[in-house]
Write a protein that binds this ligand. Structure first.
Ligand SMILES: CC(C)(COP(=O)(O)OP(=O)(O)OC[C@H]1O[C@@H](n2cnc3c(N)ncnc32)[C@H](O)[C@@H]1OP(=O)(O)O)[C@@H](O)C(=O)NCCC(=O)NCCS
Length: 146
């Protein structure tokens, strides 16, 4: 398994994965994620095998945090620890930069909270009306070990 930096020239190849990974998230989120990759906003990485893209992670930097903005593994390859490998990769970057690693999960996708708790994240906040009135975001943080 190889993790490489995403470049704009990879966009066409990554579109199916972005669509698959945002299924059920609503149009606004799908377009936000597609735009972020099309314009290369933030820092994205890909997992490839034999030239095929199997997974991706999109990271953004805030003052003290490295934030996982998007994470997806293609449906056929889920459950093989590619998702956790991408998170571990982000954790190494965070450690090197002296940042905490954070991810924000919408309440309606709280099943994903368990994925991050398994990886050593802790709940560090909950914000109501974050994007829209009535919604809720669960914040999860991990302080990389020194
Ligand atoms: C969430 C996602 C990235 C996980 O990728 P994955 O490669 O299947 O995950 P892994 O194989 O690394 O899973 C690691 C562990 O978490 C568990 N796990 C995986 N997905 C989980 C989920 N959604 N909820 C709870 N546990 C989960 C696995 O069973 C595994 O447990 P184990 O170590 O006991 O075997 C993948 O399901 C996905 O792309 N989902 C759609 C997009 C999405 O919702 N992204 C999250 C954005 S916040």
């Amino acid at each position: 398994m190889k993790i490489t930096r995403y470049r704009k020239r990879d966009f066409a190849q990554v579109i199916p994965l972005l669509r698959e990974g945002t299924r059920g998230w609503g149009r606004a989120w799908r377009e936000e994620i597609l735009r972020a990759y099309r314009l290369q906003q933030g820092e994205a990485y890909l997992v490839r095998e034999n030239g095929r893209v199997l997974g991706t992670i999109l990271l953004r930097r805030e003052v003290r945090a490295l934030v996982i903005y998007f994470l997806a593994v293609t449906e056929r390859e889920r459950g093989k620890h590619l998702g956790s490998s991408l998170v571990n990769f982000a954790e190494k970057l965070a450690r090197r930069e002296g940042r905490i690693l954070r991810v924000d999960v919408a309440r309606e996708f709280r099943q994903n909270v368990n994925f991050y708790l398994r990886l050593g994240f802790q709940r560090c906040g909950r914000v109501r009306n974050f994007y829209l009135y009535g919604d809720e975001q669960i914040f999860l943080c991990k302080r990389p070990k020194r």
